[in-house]
Design a protein around this ligand. Structure first.
Ligand SMILES: Cc1cc2nc3c(=O)[nH]c(=O)nc-3n(C[C@H](O)[C@H](O)[C@H](O)COP(=O)(O)OP(=O)(O)OC[C@H]3O[C@@H](n4cnc5c(N)ncnc54)[C@H](O)[C@@H]3O)c2cc1C
Length: 511
């Protein structure tokens, strides 16, 4: 770490040679940037949009401040090592006031399976065990095993698994935790759940517990990620940033600039410049070129290797594309509703599914977040925000005239509202503002190929072993974000940011 904080250096210049250029200011990109800046590196972040954050950004309409995507935020705990958002902000002297949520999710599932994942672990285990009394022992054993994974992770500093000296150090400091993690690295949740649980409906519930963040069922969801999610929700808990999720990126940018590095908006990288096969800089859509010792892409794998590189997709990256595919995008509804719609005690996050067979279908599972239950200042007085979304493929939204696109959006929105009436009776009447986003919207505003939520395994893989780390097959080029280990979610991409910055810093000699 450098001792002195340098003055803000906010005007990027093509003649400057940066230590690192980062393509994109998603949370993965910004954590990498701030970690490097805090170590004294000169970093330039190039963001194609008007504000930072990507899928963790926000937009404002008629007095509402809507989160673009993420609203259920992990990583803001105060203890352990897995509180990566708290740590990332701390590294550049930033803090965010957060509001604790007493419940992660209120599930509304088939066969009237209605239950809540309470922040309190015992309360959750008891509630689930009451629904499946014959599986009481299995439930406890399964979730306790997730804690084993979490405790291993939470005992060590989370940095680059591509850095041998770090690996050696953590192994000597925490040999048992390391061996524990090595054991779970190739395993998926389904492998463990079936050891303890037989009831088919309970196994479907475990599928949903995974699907709602990994967008694949338990048998394809890596156990390491589940260990984080299923335990941290009771440990650090779910905490909502006051002022909206957009605050996280804004504060990281503030810290970045304070440490003498820069971000440029409306700067769409069109090409990664290579010389003798090595990444040496980038060319923007307006023709401006910037050069750096290292180039880091926070764009998705497909955008990076199939679009930004001037050469054909390297063989190693092609092989990855045979193992992982793009998950669907989402149909998103950002609603402003009259506050009296929601009875006292309504939870912030809900999941609705009426038929287990449809869990993975387009418009199958419905996700709901009502962040104004935690921070009322995000909506005009007397109103709430309901952000609801459901999987939806790009192919369903292409080749439509503008009128047909509009009609199709309205019809899809209506279908969601009708189904949500089952959970929030009177919703239709309470809506005073409505904005509909499709896969096309996600592609356009988030810069993600087909608006995808991220990579998912094409078939059952060996846990997390197939996910790439940050180095790529192109010398000088690194990737960060949800196309890299350990995958989707804000705390996960923050992990990838810590790892990427660590590896790059060692390569630059600034660690
Ligand atoms: C609807 C929805 C709900 C979600 N809910 C949650 C949740 O509740 N909790 C949770 O933890 N996670 C949630 N997620 C997932 C989470 O938001 C993402 O996994 C995470 O934000 C991805 O971060 P990232 O750094 O990988 O990249 P992104 O957020 O995709 O950011 C990449 C950035 O790069 C920029 N960019 C791309 N290409 C270029 C280019 N060529 N030139 C310049 N800039 C470029 C983009 O504009 C963007 O700003 C949700 C996602 C969605 C879509």
């Amino acid at each position: 770490m450098t001792e002195t904080v340098q003055p803000a250096q906010q005007t990027p210049h093509p003649t400057t040679e940066y230590d690192a250029i980062i393509i994109g200011s998603g949370i993965g990109g910004l954590v990498t940037a701030t970690q490097l800046a805090a170590k004294g590196a000169k970093v330039l972040v190039l963001e194609r949009y008007l504000i930072p954050g990507g899928s963790a950004g926000y937009f404002e309409r008629e007095g509402y401040r809507f989160d673009v995507g993420a609203s259920m935020i992990f990583g803001f705990g105060t203890e352990g090592t897995t509180n990566l958002l708290t740590r990332a902000l701390d590294a550049v002297d930033m803090q965010i006031d957060t509001i604790p949520d007493s419940c992660q999710i209120h599930y509304h599932l088939p066969q009237n399976l209605d239950l809540k994942v309470h922040r309190d672990y015992e309360q959750f285990i008891q509630e689930l065990s009451q629904k499946f009394p014959h599986e009481k022992t299995g439930i406890r054993k399964f979730y306790d095993e997730c804690w084993t994974v979490f405790n291993c992770l939470n005992s060590m500093e989370l940095l680059s698994l591509e850095e041998p000296r770090y690996l050696l150090r953590v192994f000597f400091e925490h040999p048992l935790s390391c061996l524990g993690l090595v054991k779970y690295l190739p395993l998926n949740v389904g492998d463990i759940a079936r050891r303890y649980i037989q009831d088919p409906e309970l196994l479907k519930f475990i599928d949903m517990e995974c699907y709602c963040w990994s967008v694949v069922p338990a048998e394809k969801t890596p156990m390491i990620n589940a260990g984080m999610v299923f335990s941290d929700r009771h440990y650090g808990g779910i905490n909502y940033p006051r002022g909206g999720v957009g605050q996280i990126a804004q504060k990281l940018v503030e810290g970045l600039e304070r440490y003498g590095s820069a971000i440029q908006y409306k700067a769409r990288v069109k090409e990664i410049i290579t010389e003798k096969g090595k990444a040496v800089g980038v060319r923007l859509a307006n023709g401006t070129e910037y050069r750096a010792k290292r180039v880091i892409s926070n764009a998705t794998h497909w955008d990076t290797f199939d679009k930004l590189l001037p050469t054909a997709t390297p063989k190693k990256e092609q092989r990855w594309e045979q193992r992982y595919e793009k998950s669907p995008s989402f149909l998103s509804l950002h609603l402003g509703v009259k506050a009296d719609l929601l009875p006292v005690g309504t939870e912030c996050h809900h999941i609705l599914l009426e038929d287990w067979e449809k869990m993975e279908d387009p418009e199958g599972t419905i996700f709901v977040s009502i962040p104004t239950l935690l921070d009322p200042n995000l909506a005009p007085e007397g109103h709430h925000i309901i952000h609801t979304f459901t999987p939806s493929w790009m192919s369903d939204w292409q080749g439509l005239s503008s009128q047909a696109y509009q009609d199709k959006k309205n019809a899809a929105a209506q279908r969601l509202i009708t189904r949500l009436e089952g959970v929030f009776p009177g919703l239709q009447e309470a809506v005073v503002y409505q904005e509909v986003g499709t896969a096309r919207t996600h592609r356009r505003f988030l810069g993600r190929e087909d608006g995808t939520y991220g990579p998912i395994p094409q078939r059952k893989l060996w846990g997390l072993l197939g996910m790439p780390f940050n180095r790529t097959s192109v010398p000088g080029l690194y990737c960060v974000g949800d196309s890299t280990f350990p995958g989707q979610g804000l705390n996960a991409v923050a992990f990838s940011g810590f790892a990427c910055a660590h590896r790059v810093a060692v390569d630059l000699g600034v660690s």
